[in-house]
Ligand binder design. Structure first.
Ligand code: HEM
Length: 164
C-alpha cells in the first residue's frame, strides 16, 4: 500500500526518485507502526542479552504468535534502515552514533521458536560498546518499560571516545 504523508517529496519530473521517495515514506510509516505495536505489547516480550566478542547476542521472544511476527519484522526493518543509511530516533545520542558507524557493524538475524536470535558485532571496540549499550540499555529497557522508556534518550557508553 502506498500513502502520501507529510514527509513526501513532491514529484519533480523524476519518476524514479518519486517512486523511491514514496516507498521510503511508506516504509517509514510501516516501521513506526511495528515499533508502536511492540511497545504497546511490551509486557508479552521476553529478552536475554549476552555479551560476546565484539558485541552481543540477543534472544527476543513472545508466546503470542502475533508478537513473534512483529519482533521478526522489526529486526528486519531496522536492519534494512541500517544498510540503506536511513536513521531513526536521531534525538537520541546513542542512535546518532550507531547510525554514524553503521558500516562497521554486522547484524545477523536468525528466526527461532517464538522470535529471533540476533548477533550484532563490530571489530571496532568503540562501535562494540555502542552495540552493547543499544542492546542492554535501549532495547531491553524498551521491552521492559515500553513507551515510557523511549521518551528518554540513552546515555553513550562510559568512556566512549570514537577515533572519528
Ligand atoms: C518493545 C520494544 C522493542 C523491541 C522488543 C525491539 C527489539 C529489537 C531487537 C531484537 C533488535 C536487534 C538488536 C538487539 O537485539 O539488540 C532491535 C534493533 C533495533 N531497534 Fe528495536 N525494539 C524495540 C523498540 C525500538 C524502538 C522504540 C526503536 C526506535 C524508535 C527501535 C529501533 C531499533 C533499531 C534502529 C535497531 C537496529 C539498530 C542496530 O542494530 O544498531 N527499536 N530492536
Amino acid at each position: 500500500m502506498s500513502m502520501m504523508g507529510e514527509g513526501d517529496v513532491p514529484d519533480q519530473g523524476n519518476g524514479g526518485m518519486m517512486n523511491r521517495g514514496m516507498m521510503d515514506d511508506a516504509g517509514s510509516m510501516g516501521d513506526m507502526m511495528t515499533i508502536r505495536r511492540l511497545l504497546s505489547n511490551h509486557e508479552q516480550i521476553e529478552r536475554e542479552v549476552q555479551n560476546i566478542p565484539g558485541g552481543v547476542r540477543s534472544v527476543t521472544v513472545s508466546d503470542d504468535p502475533k508478537i513473534t511476527e512483529l519482533i521478526r519484522r522489526h529486526v528486519r526493518e531496522m536492519k534494512a534502515r541500517y544498510s540503506r543509511g536511513q536513521p531513526i530516533r536521531m534525538m537520541d545520542p546513542l542512535f546518532r552514533e550507531l547510525f554514524r558507524h553503521r558500516d562497521r557493524a554486522t547484524l545477523t538475524i536468525e528466526d527461532i521458536p517464538g522470535g529471533v536470535r540476533v548477533s550484532h558485532t563490530s571489530d571496532d571496540p568503540e562501535v562494540a560498546s555502542l552495540i552493547r549499550q543499544h542492546a542492554h540499555r535501549f532495547v531491553s529497557e524498551a521491552a521492559e518499560q515500553g513507551m515510557e522508556r523511549v521518551m528518554q534518550p540513552t546515555e553513550l557508553p562510559e568512556g566512549y571516545a570514537p577515533a572519528n
